[in-house]
Design a protein around this ligand. Sequence first.
Ligand code: AMP
Length: 275
Amino acid sequence: MQVFNKIADLRLYLKNKGVIGFVPTMGALHNGHVSLVKESVNQCDITVSSIFVNPTQFNNPDDLKRYPRTLEADCRLLEQNDCDIVFAPAIEEVYPDGYRLLDIDFGYLEKVMEGKFRPGHFRGVATVVKRLFDIVEPQKAFFGQKDYQQLMVIKELVKRYQISTQIVGCPIIRESDGLAMSSRNMLLSEAERKEAGNICRILTLAKELWKKEDVNFIKQVVKNEFGKTNLQLEYFEIAGSENLQLIGTKEDTKNVIACVAAYCGKVRLIDNMFL
Ligand code: AMP
């Protein structure tokens, strides 16, 4: 496995290497990231994974400061899983002219759930992903459904800029108690880690209730269930999985996803489940 820090070196190396698969990450890698790498290795000739903690997508400075950074362990894990290239640039390499953001407005997608509660987040995500796509020029890029709204934003980004990279969405990888794997899980104390398992438990309950009950009833049950835990619910929404339009009544749609964000201590966690 080769590790590059400079764009010029990376681009030189990638010349005539066939179908490039790309897995952008912020590091502190776990098996969720590994699943994306494996998918890329299966589908492509060469797999590039980037490790870059992108400052412009953090709307909370403490979150950025606390974000785990484990480059050495990350490289070991990537190598063990047949990743070919790690691109770990410095901030100045990605943002040579300061933090200039892409002039893009995702409209509705920026107004609900993650968009609503993390203002500016998706603009930062789009800026860095566009920049990384311009550098790597991948034929395929792999993203987790764990960040379902982000996946929709990326699909919208490639449409708007007519980027030819194919976006591949991959399923959520979970811990044995159901907790969605996340780099932020490392920041949880032992007690918080136990509490965090409630997120998936409550989503699973919502999925079960969806067979018989209506949206408002489910929302009330979810609120009550979170009330019994030490988690602070930020939002729970039921939405169409094609467009993330929030659903008020059950007649609305067939393909439906429940999305949740909750604080576990200071750590903000998100998860979702198809109903
Ligand atoms: P991050 O490092 O958090 O920016 O995530 C990098 C990529 O890994 C994104 O496409 C995420 O959606 C994906 N990812 C993170 N956690 C998981 C998970 N538990 N299962 C599947 N993909 C994930």
